[in-house]
Design a binder for this molecule. Structure first.
Ligand code: PLP
Length: 390
């Protein structure tokens, strides 16, 4: 026990640079939700005061989420997170429009919370078109237009990629979808809270939000469903969330998501600029220490401000992350199996050279990242990279 404590005192606090995986809960968010765990336990459907108060809290949160993305509160449905929002959007729209057709268009760099849903629908008789991306991970709107058929019922393309950060031309794609009268969904799990997201400017019909990517707890999210969009339920039950997503509301987490959205809106510019500055400091520090072996996979001009897909030539990403251990938390762009390495589907779709892909790590900064942490990360990463190249 004493030894463990001594060890903990000696150990430096790890530098967390994996904010695209998840974010810590903002203390302001935690403070807001705690009364709804400890004190205000009423069921929002109950007609007496402690129920009504909770209903009001849910509706306050609904407005906070709506305000962040410039939607009407009635267009926001709370879910358990990004995965459920994507499932609801993709399955719900596809099933509701099956009389029109069974063709869906998506991209080849989506998160599994989209690709697996599409594969499931494929097994139920839907046809999926997987659009290619260029070397920077961008979908060409012309490809979307050319893929549209008379039986296309849905286009689903993510706003920003979780691994490389590329931001898609959503506005252009949405305009094409609208002109052809096809429902358009975007998975905005990674973009909401990092860049300005306005559903009206974008012109989308459905948009997915994941709370834990914007400093709310895990297990809460929302879906924007534009008024008038034809969609089927995933679940059936009592009338909560207008009957679209029944089940007694997770009030503390809904309150948390609302607060997180309010903070994201309030601090968007500051956080965006801060995360960008942290990433730039990291890139220039790594380049200074390591020179031309540093390779970037995405086009940083068209990228989330915090995301960096970076390879150190001839340095295997898994060897690097295991040597770094608990000094810096980052993730790799490939999965390691017993006797092989599987390149991520995103890097594969971008046609990244396999030698670069196996050396790729994802580093993502956040609003709590400090100069000191970045300098520690530069030191630790370059030290290990040099060890592995010599
Ligand atoms: C782009 C994207 N979509 C969806 C999800 C899934 O969200 P959740 O973890 O809330 O289910 C993630 C999470 O990593 C993501 O990055």
């Amino acid at each position: 026990m004493v030894l463990n404590q001594q060890k903990q005192i000696k150990m430096k606090k790890p530098v967390y640079l994996d904010y695209n995986a998840t974010t810590p809960v903002d203390p302001e968010v935690a403070k807001e939700m705690i009364p709804y765990i400890q004190t205000f336990f009423g069921n929002p459907s109950s007609s007496y005061s402690i129920g009504r108060d909770n209903k009001e809290a849910v509706n306050r949160a609904r407005k906070q989420v709506a305000d962040l993305i410039n939607a009407n509160p009635e267009e926001i449905i709370f879910t358990s997170g990004g995965t459920e929002s994507n499932n609801h959007a993709i399955q719900g729209v596809s099933l509701a429009n099956k009389e029109k057709g069974k063709h869906i268009i998506t991209s080849s760099i989506e998160h599994p919370a989209v690709t697996e849903v599409c594969k499931h629908l494929n097994s139920m008789g839907y046809e999926i078109t997987w659009l290619p991306v260029d070397m920077k991970g961008t979908v060409n709107p012309e490809d979307v237009e050319n893929a549209i058929r008379s039986d296309t019922v849905l286009i689903t393309i993510m706003q920003a990629n979780n691994e490389v950060g590329t931001i898609q031309p959503i506005q252009e794609i949405a305009a094409i979808a609208k002109q052809k009268k096809i429902v358009f969904h975007t998975d905005a799990a990674q973009s909401v809270g990092k860049i300005k997201v306005d559903v009206n400017t974008l012109g989308v019909d459905l948009l997915s939000i994941a709370g834990h990517k914007l400093y709310a707890p895990k297990g809460i999210g929302a879906i924007y469903i534009k008024q008038g969009t034809k969609i089927e339920n995933l679940m059936y039950g009592a009338g909560q969330e207008k009957g679209i997503r029944p089940g007694t509301e997770n009030v503390p987490y809904i309150v948390a998501l609302g607060k997180a959205c309010e903070i994201a809106q309030r601090d968007l510019e500051i956080n965006n600029a801060h995360m960008y500055r942290m990433r730039e400091r990291l890139i220039s520090g790594l380049r200074q220490k390591l020179g031309s072996i540093v390779k970037l996979n995405a086009d940083l001009k068209n990228c989330l401000p915090n995301t960096l897909s970076i390879a150190f030539e001839k340095v295997d990403a898994h060897a690097l992350t295991s040597l770094i251990g608990n000094e810096v938390f980052i993730s790799t762009g490939s999965a390691c199996h017993a006797d092989s390495v599987e390149i991520s589907s995103v890097l594969k779709a971008m046609n990244i050279d396999i030698k670069i892909a196996t050396c790729t790590v994802r580093i993502s900064t956040g609003k709590y990242t400090t100069d000191k942490e970045i300098d520690m990360a530069i030191g630790a990463i370059s030290d290990k990279v040099l060890k592995l190249t010599n």
